[in-house]
Design a protein around this ligand. Structure first.
Ligand code: SF4
Ligand code: SF4
Length: 217
């Protein structure tokens, strides 16, 4: 019961932060995400990309759309992408990031003009993001997993973060709950330490482990 209350409190806190993220997004525009991710880097160096797991409004929309998808599709949810394709597809978000950075450099060098930058690059990325958010009706956090450029940049902090999720093999009973609740499809139950760049530091695995075998240390 105490665990359920803790999880409910954490989810309310997450929702409150996501609403703050949404207010920033609406007030300052879509480019603000980039700067908020930059500002969150000190926390990310400690805990990983917490902005993605706790504050991103796009994450909030994906959670809402995803819960509708889970209700409608039941056991067919999350089956659109086969697991063997998941890893290579996850690299696509780095391609999107590289595409944007290249376009920005070319724009600075005046090789591409303002019109192309705005109508092709920026608008094209917005369309990709909207479609990928809608895709979360079929696949949990589809935008985060495969398309988000800010998530791609923030994910690199997983390589250097100071505190990591560690699994105590003596406490773990291999129930697999952590694997099932992980929105980024990480096999937490098979790892001693979660080092994946896919991790968005949402802490759902830690929250839901029934025997507290997962800790952030
Ligand atoms: S949820 Fe906890 S007990 Fe279950 S497999 Fe994961 S770490 Fe082990
Ligand atoms: S490993 Fe845990 S913290 Fe990381 S994305 Fe999966 S559930 Fe969230």
């Amino acid at each position: 019961m105490e665990r359920v209350q803790k999880i409910e409190k954490a989810e309310k806190f997450r929702l409150a932060l996501q609403l703050v993220g949404l207010a920033i997004f609406i007030y300052f525009g879509s480019q603000s995400t980039f700067y908020v991710v930059l500002l969150s880097i000190p926390v990310a160096l400690l805990l990983g990309p917490v902005y993605c797991g706790w504050m991103c409004p796009r994450g909030m929309f994906q959670n809402v759309i995803g819960s509708m998808g889970k209700r409608v599709l039941g056991a067919r949810y999350n089956k659109l992408v086969p697991k063997k394709l998941h890893k290579p597809l996850s690299c696509f978000r780095y391609v999107v990031l590289l595409f944007l950075l290249t376009a920005m450099v070319l724009h600075e060098l005046r090789i591409i003009d303002d019109a192309i930058m705005e109508s092709v690059v920026i608008d094209g990325l917005v369309v990709i993001m909207v479609l990928s958010i809608l895709l979360s009706f079929f696949v949990d956090r589809a935008a985060c997993r495969y398309f988000c450029k800010e998530g791609a940049a923030a994910s690199l902090t997983n390589l250097v973060k100071i505190r990591k999720i560690r699994r105590d093999p003596l406490l773990c009973n291999s129930c697999g709950i952590c694997d099932r609740v992980c929105p980024m499809w990480i096999d937490v139950s098979r790892k001693d330490v979660v080092r994946d760049t896919a991790c968005i530091s949402c802490m759902k695995c830690v929250q839901k482990c029934p025997v507290d075998a997962l800790r952030v240390e």
